[in-house]
Design a protein around this ligand. Sequence first.
Ligand code: ADP
Length: 351
Amino acid sequence: MDVTRDRVLEALKGVNDPELNQDLVTLGMVDSVTVDGDAVKLQITLTTPACPLKAKIEQDVRAAVARHTGATDVEIVFGSKVRGPTQMPLPGVRNVIAVGSGKGGVGKSTVAANLAAALHLEGAQVGLLDADIYGPSQSKMYGVEGKRLMADDEKHILPLRNHGVKVISIANLVEDGQALTWRGPILHGTLTQLLKQTVWGELDYLIVDLPPGTGDVQLSLSQLVPVTGMVLVTTPQAVALVDVKRAYTMARKTHIPVLGVIENMSYYALPDGTRDYIFGEGGAASWAASERLPLLGRIPITRRLRESGDGGVPIVVSDPENASSVELRRAARLTAGQISIQAQNALPMVG
Ligand code: ADP
């Protein structure tokens, strides 16, 4: 059997992106096909560098090309181009991801910090905006505490940068605790400034760490930019779940799509290998299932996660193989995957 470009393309038409449920050729993901004797070289552009199913796609492509053409020497070069809503939420910014929770202390900021760092480690361009007026902690978690923000001649704010992520926290803008007294119009003004006057540059994902609950910041954000989606963080505990359901209702009312749920502090792994479900077991999973929301992760409690937050380096950077890191990195890929699915579903139907 001759190896031809047409046969290779035919093979690729039989390989589906498992999340987007269409074949790679129809999805426009095949950038180039080069055939040289029996050797095939492919360039495939994924919808995110953090693609959760890259390994599966690679395996399926190899199998299909071998089956259709007999070629055994197949080189695949993966690239990526992040998809987002047809209209960019902010100039240069492809996706805005809000991270919300029902109540404080469930690990929302920890999750937001690590989602941002994990997406950067996957190769995406990422920004992080800390809009948690009640407890702005990103400047501490990113080790940029006390650094003053700089503005250029046109009053554009230059974000700080650490661990590959552009960061701005309300804590870098005002004195500790000052934002607590702010209400509607001032909050709205400050959020507008942070979102729109910051020189974000080109970003695939801008993560916004929201205050807990369902207050003015949530409302303002939904009015200021088209939010691509929200990730809800909760612990398995009943009291946290009651509150996260409210945050979910608010997201729906303000037309922010919810990408999924991350259960934090899911369990503590005991030295004998068993798990202690300190805050109860499975609460978030069953709620997510009942709402048909993807469960994006179940993050265990680890001492290292707490320490890394306090130490100014997200755990996915400082200790990528830690049990909490592995689950946080997976959650980041699944979140990116949900965004790709959403962008694909929003495209007008062809034919
Ligand atoms: P929130 O933003 O919801 O108020 P934080 O992210 O500030 O919560 O987390 C509260 C505290 O719990 C922080 O000290 C953080 O380091 C710690 N923490 C969060 N998640 C975990 C976890 N899975 N394991 C250990 N400590 C955690």
